[in-house]
Design a protein around this ligand. Structure first.
Ligand SMILES: [Ca+2]
Ligand SMILES: [Ca+2]
Ligand SMILES: [Ca+2]
Length: 486
């Protein structure tokens, strides 16, 4: 099951990867949300990020209900967009906002707007699910440029089918905000449409200039690029020349000249702890780069849905996915590392700094606390999750998933501590089982003496012998396997 699911999932991701669908107009300035709301649910920044606060929409209690009214004709139009996979895969931004009336408690917003949200997860649910589940953006400023609700101009109802716990983003965002990494506020929310329960979501703050300025108070006006492709801030005038310099940087010297490598190691270390399968750590498109000016582009996590238990449930690896050579034991076809990854992580000095960054993050990864979030939030959402009318899997699988996520929170930390200890040469941890001269933390396969960085790539063995992320590269593409040849 696991491998098949993985292949299907990667297929879906890969199919959507080429399309780079622009996710609806992020980047507009949120009107006056700074300090709005009661601050409930806010996570105090752990220093250096200024005072982070959340609108009370993201309070940490049981899910609130957002109830929307939409006309039959608008709903049918949105449903037609939802099933238009040709347009989705074309990469064009073809979705439009539809007028709705939104009710929240005793409050009513009569000029709100709704729009489909998602990318690979949207493609997958339409392809694979009997009763596919839409994800949404709701905007309060589409029809009223000054509009906002509880200080927020746009909210996202996010629930990709890869999140069997219904809380990956909520968990990841909470922790990232605590360690000072860019992430929006989030909580769980129930959505009703025309009087019927439609589904349970993670409710997320849209990442825009306001959120950026919270995390970069000294340098709030830089370009934020999603996937190093789509401008999320400064959309009218992003610095394309800088981005081209970034794209062209393929070796350590040129990468160091345009990327804040030290800062990015913390983001990559965070992705390692979250066990993120489709961030930059993971070879996929779910990442940001933020232009800090002279300090260079900083890599940041984005869309942390495929985290925690994801690799256990959908791939061949779980908590023991290697933090440098993470692709090596993944289900095939495995993603390949981004072009800044290997030049940095192949360098002994930077790899040690990466281990140090992971060590610093481990000190802020409180296993009992994070497991406590899972327990508390699952109590809040379990009945809504299990009765979700658009559930795409079995209730048993959903019910088991928070427990698996809790195990991974602990197991991942234990494994990464062993990696840090290996890099630091701790006796008992710094081992070389295959005797090839490379510690297990410094190579992709410590059970194969012919596989290590710098090894000769052996043709036809379907292995990445030189640990560069490519299997049998530079080999004849057809004919019989040429095992043992260059
Ligand atoms: Ca070895
Ligand atoms: Ca290779
Ligand atoms: Ca090979």
């Amino acid at each position: 099951m696991s491998k098949l699911r993985a292949i299907i999932t990667w297929f879906g991701l890969a199919a959507a990867l080429s399309s780079a669908v622009a996710c609806g107009g992020g980047g507009e300035q949120s009107s006056g949300s700074g300090g709005a709301g009661s601050g409930l649910g806010a996570d105090a920044g752990s220093g250096g990020t200024g005072g982070l606060s959340c609108s009370d929409l993201f309070a940490d209690g049981p899910p609130q209900t957002y109830s929307i009214e939409i006309s039959d004709s608008e709903w049918q139009a949105m449903d037609a967009e939802f099933h238009n996979l040709t347009a989705l895969e074309s990469g064009q931004d073809f979705t439009v906002y539809h007028p709705i009336v939104m009710h929240y408690g005793s409050e009513t917003v009569s000029d709100a707007a709704i729009k489909l949200h998602g990318q690979s997860s949207w493609l997958q649910t339409v392809m694979f699910d009997a009763n596919p589940k839409m994800q949404f953006d709701i905007s309060f400023s589409q029809y009223n440029s000054n509009g906002s609700f509880h200080g927020v101009s746009k909210i996202v109802f996010d629930m990709p089918r890869g999140d069997l716990t219904f809380m990956h983003d909520r968990l990841a965002h909470r922790w990232m905000r605590q360690v000072g990494l860019l992430a929006g506020c989030s909580t769980s929310a129930r959505l009703d449409i025309n009087g019927n329960y439609y589904g349970l979501y993670v409710l997320e703050e849209n990442i825009n200039g306001h959120v950026v300025s919270e995390f970069f108070p000294q340098n709030p006006d830089g370009d934020l690029w999603k996937g190093a492709e789509v401008a999320e801030t400064n959309q009218e005038t992003p610095n394309w020349d800088r981005l081209m310099t970034f794209d062209d940087a393929k070796d350590l010297a040129s990468i160091s000249a345009i990327v804040d490598v030290q800062g990015s190691l913390t983001s990559w270390g965070a992705e390692a702890l979250l066990n993120d399968a489709d961030g930059y750590y993971g070879g996929f498109h779910n990442f940001y780069i933020y232009d800090q000016g002279q300090a260079g582009y900083l890599f940041l996590p984005q869309d942390t849905d495929s985290t925690f238990d994801w690799l256990v449930q959908f791939d061949l690896v779980g908590s023991t996915d290697h933090p440098v050579y993470w692709w090596y034991k993944r289900a095939q076809p495995a993603p390949t590392p981004g072009d800044k990854w290997l030049p940095v992580l192949s360098d002994a000095t930077w790899r040690m700094r990466y281990a140090d960054a992971i060590a610093a993050l481990l000190a802020q990864w409180d296993v009992a606390k994070i497991q406590g979030w899972i327990d508390t939030w699952w109590q809040q959402i379990s009945s809504l999750a299990l009765s979700d009318p658009h559930l795409w899997t079995t209730t048993d699988q959903v019910a088991q998933s928070p427990g698996i996520a809790k195990q991974e929170v602990a197991a991942r930390a234990t494994y990464l501590q062993s990696f840090v200890d290996c890099e630091h040469g701790v006796p008992g941890a710094a081992t070389d089982a295959d005797g090839d001269g490379y510690l297990w933390c410094d190579e992709c396969d410590d059970s194969n003496p012919n596989a290590h960085p710098g090894a000769v790539e052996i043709c036809g063995n379907m292995l990445d012998d030189n640990c560069d992320g490519n299997v049998d590269e530079g080999c004849p593409s057809s004919g019989t396997p040429d095992v043992g040849a260059m």
